[in-house]
Write a protein of this length. Structure first.
Length: 387
């Protein structure tokens, strides 16, 4: 079956964050919105059909996640990433962001140092600072081939830190960390007894030519000192269903974490997230393959357009995720002036780079999980900067 990713879906007036909050976020209700990390593609038919079938039952009461649900996730991780995950390692959490926030609360105390690698997804910052922990920045470096980890700095920071929150693959810079890079990071963290929380929500969105390495597969010792979070939400456009998985190989740590989640009454979730996730994990391989090819085409289009028309905009092609991280610092404008020109004059709603950390100043994140016509319109509007 061929899926139609060119189809334009009208999302306005559906309480959609990406579209219906444009006036609030950008001060301009008419920007072309390419910011929030969900897709403008249809949620796949098999996920929608599973939800509609369950919706036919007239009672939407409390429910639980059964063995077939977790077996579907288990099969997906084995098929896609060659990771054998025992069912007992897995537990439900209502979203990856919620999951790593609870990990911060469960395994650190106020004043503890927690490392993040900026520029990085804004909730990483909030998960530390909003809970009274001390935020430590292991800022990524830019090398000839793209962003790299600063291992020398990490060696020093892990001497006093308690936790590191890893973005694997990395949002927004689009790096698919290699096994060698992750191994070096894990060696440092193990030596210094730093717990690694690996957010792998984008792991299924690794683009052609690259391969995701689940952090817990590095070694048995590494597996015993980490928590991995996975979800179908980014992969199959299910973010509104608030359904994710915590994978914790260490039994003592798992028991403590599950107890914490249950104490907060956050372990049940919603019925429709369960059935949509299960259907996606069981039936989604072909759809995902076509999606990744389409997104790669969008990325190639933007890369060629920028090279030919706006050479001052610097970028590295992403290896994973459906976002591109664009550097506008070549225009010599302040971030506020760039933001004004982008939103008010060019009419484009991209993510502001500084929201990902101070090292993101002058950058914008653009979401390319949308029909090609949207990408073409965005590039047409971006020609404003050629003036």
């Amino acid at each position: 079956m061929r899926y139609n990713f060119d189809k334009v879906i009208e999302r306005a007036n559906t309480n959609c964050v990406k579209y219906d909050l444009r006036k609030v976020v950008f001060g301009n209700p008419d920007v072309l919105p390419m910011w929030v990390a969900d897709m403008d593609f249809e949620t796949p038919d098999f996920a929608r059909e599973a939800v509609m079938q369950r919706a036919l039952h007239p009672v939407y009461g409390y429910h639980f996640k059964d063995e077939p649900y977790f077996k579907a996730i288990q099969g997906w991780l084995l098929r896609r990433h060659q990771w054998e995950v025992p069912l007992k390692w897995m537990s439900f959490v209502p979203g990856v962001v919620c999951g790593f926030n609870m990990a911060v609360l469960a395994f650190t105390k106020e004043g503890d140092e927690v490392i993040i690698q900026s520029p990085v997804y804004p909730p990483f910052h909030h998960a530390v600072s909003e809970h009274g922990r001390k935020l430590v920045y292991n800022r990524l470096k830019i090398g000839e081939k793209g962003y790299e980890m600063d291992f020398e700095l990490l060696e020093q920071q892990t001497k006093t830190a308690k936790m590191l929150i890893l973005c694997n693959p990395h949002n927004p810079v689009g790096r698919c960390w290699t096994r060698e890079e992750l191994q070096r990071l894990s060696d440092i963290c193990l030596r210094n007894n730093v717990l690694v929380i690996s957010d792998e929500i984008h792991c299924d969105l690794v683009l052609p030519g690259y391969k995701h390495t689940p952090y817990a597969t590095l070694s048995e010792e590494v597996a015993q000192h980490c928590i991995v979070f996975h979800a179908a939400s980014k992969t199959f456009n299910l973010a509104g269903l608030a359904t994710s998985t915590a994978i914790i190989p260490n039994k003592a740590m798992r028991d403590e974490y599950v107890h914490y989640v249950e104490a907060l009454e956050a372990h049940l979730g919603n019925i429709f997230g369960k059935v949509a996730t299960q259907a996606s994990m069981e039936q989604g391989d072909e759809w995902l393959g076509q999606l990744l090819d389409y997104v790669q085409g969008n990325i190639d289009y933007v890369a060629d357009f920028l090279k030919n028309n706006l050479p001052k905009v610097k970028f590295f092609k992403p290896q994973a995720t459906y976002m591109m991280w664009l550097d506008f610092n070549g225009y010599g404008l302040s971030e506020e002036e760039l933001w004004r020109k982008m939103t008010q004059e060019a009419g484009l709603g991209f993510n502001r780079g500084s929201d990902f950390g101070q090292d993101g100043s002058g950058y914008f994140r653009i979401n390319l999980a949308c029909p090609r016509a949207t990408v073409e319109e965005a590039m047409k509007r971006l020609l404003f900067f050629k003036q």
